[in-house]
Design a protein around this ligand. Structure first.
Ligand code: TYD
Ligand code: MG
Length: 478
């Protein structure tokens, strides 16, 4: 006999348990487990057993299928992160902190699509129609033919959507406010969120409309409610940024129809979100050129180069255990770089506090930032100011060697475009003036490349600059 499906669900993480217990084994939350209606409970077991499967037509990989033309939103940054526009019939989940601008982004996208002649329906479960209108008015989009509703019942919403012309895009703001008649728990619980999402996903696939779900995130940055919603949808995008900075980054975490390493950069202005076509200019706009401890990193986000300033502060510690504080980078990579500096280059930082900050609130995910971080650390420790016209990139290995990283030409080109004159980078495939033709396609570098083979080279290079006292300034960025 088939095992009965688990029906005790943790409301925090969505894990299923076979019996009630006080603490969820999977996420450790207390008192979060609630009994859930069994799925498929309406069909009596006797009938279930008698039903014979229907034959499915099997197809070959080489067969032709109708091409799904993507719907371009007209907001370039959003289109790129989505993989080149919205795929009809797909479901996209956008998560982000409250107030980050999810509703703003989606009302702008809705208006842009409506102006292009598509039918767009915007369902808000959080705000009244008047509030949504007010925002649209502020954004100067009140004349767009977006169809609005303030509704939270999924059955009503799907019934409404099924009427009339097929919408190109449906926005559900937010999935946590939705509820369905089919389950009894309160709105916002895992069961409700999951069942509502399921119904909306079924609608999207059946009708061929792109559905965008807005999801709240919890304090630790996860999309609230069951992780299963993330598995159910076609793409998960996160909208990031912090209150102190104007810019917002849209990042793909999962995408069945596109790459996941693309980012979209926006700036929040009085007139809504503005696309930032050249993020490097934004991130480098308030550089402090004369101060030690800063290095410009030539990074890549997906197919796009992004230059950011890395700031390090190394000060003698007053505590038994020195502090290591990192904003915008992986703390374990910082530990690694510190260990390699100590073990391979004799740079002792054991009695120093280390603070590392990626300027502007940007978050770096690439290991290629190792070299720039090391340069900033050494610069701060020695008081030597790094040349203002140099960029750094390269991965540091545990042996102290600096390894080449992909996309060097794109990094160099972006740096040259922004007026940098040299790059400090590893030797190898990334072809520069010194190593052109060494390996891979020979490529003329747009700027002077000083190659480094090991971290020792860069320590020596910075030592040669000689220490300079920092300018008498006590204010840094806040
Ligand atoms: P919102 O889109 O409501 O955020 P979310 O849906 O993610 O919760 O954005 C609200 C914030 O954006 C609010 O703090 C005000 C700010 N904002 C602007 O700065 N300019 C604007 O034109 C708009 C519409 C909002
Ligand atoms: Mg909102």
């Amino acid at each position: 006999m088939a095992k009965r499906p688990a029906s005790f669900i943790c409301q925090t993480c969505g894990a299923a348990h076979t019996r009630w217990q006080g603490r969820c084994d999977s996420c450790g939350a207390w008192n979060s487990i609630v009994q859930e209606e069994e799925a498929g409970g309406s069909v009596p077991p006797s009938q279930r057993a008698n039903r014979r499967g229907r034959l499915i037509a099997l197809e070959s990989l080489s067969g032709t299928s109708e091409d799904a033309p993507r719907v371009s939103v007209g907001i370039g940054e959003l289109d790129r992160v989505a993989g080149g526009g919205l795929v009809p019939g797909s479901v996209l989940l956008i998560g982000g902190d409250p107030g980050i601008g999810k509703s703003t982004l989606l009302i702008q996208a809705s208006a842009a699509l409506a102006k292009a002649g598509h039918r767009i329906i915007y369902v808000s479960g959080e705000e009244a129609v008047a509030q949504v209108r007010l925002r649209a008015e502020r954004l100067g989009l009140a004349d767009a033919a977006v169809e609005l509703a303030a509704e939270t019942n999924v059955e009503d919403i799907v019934a409404t959507l099924s009427e009339g012309r097929r919408p190109a895009m449906v926005v559900i703001d937010s999935i946590q406010t939705m509820w369905t008649d089919t389950v009894e728990s309160a709105p916002g619980t895992v069961t409700q969120v999951r069942s509502s999402a399921q119904i909306l996903i079924r609608y999207a696939k059946r009708a061929g409309a792109a559905v965008i779900l807005v999801g709240h995130v919890t304090k630790d940055g996860q999309i609230a409610g069951p992780r299963v919603v993330e598995h159910m949808v076609d793409a998960v995008l996160s909208f990031e940024g912090d209150g102190a900075h104007q810019f917002r980054i849209l990042r793909a975490q999962k995408n069945r129809f596109g790459p996941t390493d693309e980012i979209g950069v926006f700036e929040m202005t009085g007139l809504g979100l503005r696309e930032v076509a050249n993020p490097s200019e934004l991130f480098l706009s308030n550089r402090d050129r004369g101060a030690p401890g800063t290095a410009v990193y030539a990074g890549m986000e997906g197919t796009r180069p992004v230059l950011v300033e890395i700031q390090a502060l190394v000060v003698p510690t007053s505590l038994g255990t020195p502090r290591r504080a990192v904003v915008g980078w992986d703390p374990s990579r910082l530990s690694m770089v510190l260990a390699v500096l100590e073990a391979r280059c004799g740079v002792k930082l054991g009695a120093h506090d280390v603070h590392l900050n990626v300027a502007g609130g940007f978050r770096i995910t690439e290991p290629a930032a190792d070299l720039a971080v090391a340069a900033a650390l050494i610069s701060s420790l020695s008081g030597a100011v790094l040349p203002a016209d140099a960029v750094y990139f390269g991965e540091v290995s545990l042996t102290g060697a600096v390894r080449p990283v992909p996309h060097s030409p794109a990094r160099l080109k972006e740096a040259a475009k922004l007026g940098f004159a040299r790059a400090v980078a590893p030797e190898g495939k990334p072809a520069g003036r010194d190593s052109a033709g060494a390996r891979g396609e020979p490529q003329e570098s747009p700027l002077l490349v000083e190659t480094v083979a090991s971290l020792g080279d860069i320590v020596a290079g910075i030592a040669a600059l000689g220490p300079k006292r920092p300018r008498a300034r006590d204010t840094e960025e806040g």
